[in-house]
Design a protein around this ligand. Sequence first.
Ligand SMILES: Nc1nc2c(ncn2[C@@H]2O[C@H](COP(=O)(O)OP(=O)(O)O)[C@@H](O)[C@H]2O)c(=O)[nH]1
Ligand SMILES: [Mg+2]
Length: 240
Amino acid sequence: MTNKTTSKISVIIPTYNEAGNLPVLIKNIFDQSIQNLHLLIIDDSSPDGTAIIANQLAKEYPGKIELIQREAKLGLGSAYKIGYQKAIASDVDIVVQMDADLSHSPQYIPEFLKQLDNADIVIGSRYIEGGKVDRDWNLLRKMISKLGVISIRIVTGLKIKDVTSGFKAYKIEVLKALNLEGLKCDGFGFQAEMIHSCAQSGYLIKEHPIYFRDRTKGKSKMSIQIILEAIKYLTLIRFK
Ligand SMILES: Nc1nc2c(ncn2[C@@H]2O[C@H](COP(=O)(O)OP(=O)(O)O)[C@@H](O)[C@H]2O)c(=O)[nH]1
Ligand SMILES: [Mg+2]
């Protein structure tokens, strides 16, 4: 159904304090010269003025960037949901989602789009052959990430290797069919919840190797609350 030359692509980018990263990210995305590609930035009133930067960029790339500004930090999961709903309502064929902190390289977007010819969802994966986490991650950081991924795989029974990746591409049909309101997590658990729902609905999910580079500007919003939330909801899912 999706035709490469005419497909409308929306890249959803949630931001919180990413003023230093956004200009580089956006230039890198448009440097990929992907036809009919639009950006949807969802900013939660970042105190560092990310929205001001986003508005300036929207002027530099007329008609290509839309900014949704929310009045408070309402979380990653709900930012994605708004982005998906917006894409569904605006004739989009393919949704790509990525972080704004340059951990997800736009060079992979064309590769994801190609993979969607034979899949419903593509996951940018750090944990399949060819994928890698930042070479500067120390052993503890690697272990925590791996432990998270493995626990989620055990709890959900998912066969996917990188269940917490936030770099993905979806055919719009998938997002239209999912019960987005039924998703409860707001942090990185949201990624696993989404993939779990997609797998349960029988969609074809492919992993594509990526190199995950650490952010050099700004701070991670990962917190112990986000980890606990993921554990709680995924346990509920398992025993439902
Ligand atoms: N709109 C919005 N974006 C968020 C929120 N929390 C994180 N983000 C963005 O989501 C992406 C991933 O967050 P990040 O802090 O890099 O998480 P990490 O990579 O797991 O450490 C980045 O683009 C953040 O700016 C939030 O509450 N609201
Ligand atoms: Mg990050």
